[in-house]
Design a protein around this ligand. Structure first.
Ligand code: HEC
Ligand code: HEC
Length: 314
């Protein structure tokens, strides 16, 4: 009898606590959708179904997520998720930024980091299916370069050897539209890292000047000293027809020049991109740099630099 009463007492206490928890139900705001991501319908559908609950202003929660304490966790995930990526507003950013975000998204899905694993543990069917992943990859992927016919392959090779050998550039290169100068000497700098992109089939090499290398050695990589310069060079990947891949046509070189006073209005960096064999400045006017800055914004905490030099991150 006493035990029974004790149990009922505990039950009532739990109910009361549960009720009190539901009473704390801070609001989850839903700001208007101002500029949805610009992608074909089949891509948007996947994002809507798998990602919009945390990465849009159109969050729809199932009833069980509306109960505390699940609600508190989901609400905080949604708020943080929107801060990182918001598919309801990203449409206002340049096309390259939307594409870059999607590229990063697909990489995170492939790694199993998105949707958040702790969310998938509770929402079993919320993950991206293999078919959906194929659709996303297919949208981003440009057709691969065909094994080169001998003539263009030889031309690419000559171009590459020329690039390796030339000290300074034989052609007159114009500064960027924002006035940032081209620095031919980047070819003599040390490589800091190299990356590939499966979507546009490019190989990229990042070079740093002496000041960059010194800063890496001194571990000053979250606020690069004035005078630091990075160069990023991209070549198309060129299958050699025997299963190997070499550098194909030269695509572009990009520079980031640190000068916290001169370039104060563009996050302390001068941005430049020169394309093609004749190194033509990119864009139509100085506004091109907004594209650079908004895509480098996610790494604002490391002074807008993506590259984590090997051994320099401690
Ligand atoms: C349950 C909420 C939730 C869902 C669902 C979710 N995300 Fe996220 N996402 C987050 C949170 C929280 C962060 C920020 C913290 C982190 O990176 O872990 C984030 C970060 C990201 C980032 C930025 C990472 C960075 O380094 O800035 C990308 C890109 C991303 N998510 C893509 C996706 C995609 C694509 C989907 C759907 C397939 C998805 N997310 C589904 C919560 C979610
Ligand atoms: C689509 C997103 C995106 C855009 C747009 C973009 N970048 Fe980057 N950039 C990256 C990423 C990601 C890296 C890291 C290396 C890699 O993955 O190739 C990087 C690396 C670099 C680096 C090497 C230093 C570093 O941060 O790691 C330079 C230099 C650079 N970018 C210059 C530019 C310039 C100049 C522009 C504009 C003309 C630009 N970027 C536009 C995403 C972008």
């Amino acid at each position: 009898m006493t035990r029974m009463r004790l149990l009922t007492g505990t039950g009532i206490a739990l109910l009361l606590i549960g009720g009190a928890m539901q009473a704390y139900h801070p609001k989850l705001e839903s700001p208007p959708v101002t500029a949805e991501i610009q992608v074909p319908d089949e891509v948007k559908q996947i994002l809507r179904q798998r990602c919009y609950s945390c990465h849009s202003n159109e969050t729809k929660l199932p009833w069980y997520d509306n109960l505390a304490p699940a609600y508190w966790i989901v609400r905080s995930d949604v708020r943080e998720g929107r801060e990182h990526v918001n598919f309801s507003t990203i449409g206002a950013k340049p096309a390259a930024v939307q594409r870059g975000t999607l590229f990063e998204s697909v990489n995170l899905i492939q790694l199993g980091s998105m949707p958040l694993p702790r969310y998938l543990a509770v929402h079993r069917d919320a993950g991206v299916t293999p078919d959906e992943l194929v659709t996303l990859r297919h949208y981003l992927e440009t057709p691969p370069v065909q094994p080169a016919a001998p003539a263009p392959a030889a031309a690419a090779e000559t171009q590459f050897q020329h690039w390796i050998a030339s000290n300074g550039t034989p052609i007159q290169v114009q500064p960027e539209w924002n006035g940032v100068p081209f620095l031919p000497e980047y070819k003599n700098w040390k490589p800091v890292s190299s990356t590939e992109r499966w979507d546009n089939h490019t190989m990229r090499q990042i070079f740093g000047n002496d000041i960059a290398l010194e800063a890496i050695a001194d571990g000053k990589i979250d606020n690069w000293p004035d005078g630091t310069v990075f160069a990023k060079v991209a070549w198309l990947q060129q299958p050699d027809g025997k299963g190997g891949i070499t550098t194909g046509a030269f695509q572009q070189v990009e520079l980031m020049i640190k000068d916290s006073k001169k370039y104060a209005s563009t996050e302390g960096w001068g941005w430049g991109r020169w394309r093609g064999d004749d190194l033509k400045p990119y864009g139509k006017d100085a506004a091109f740099q907004n594209e650079c800055i908004s895509c480098h914004e996610p790494v604002a905490h490391s002074d807008h630099v993506y590259t984590m030099p090997i051994g320099g991150a401690q």
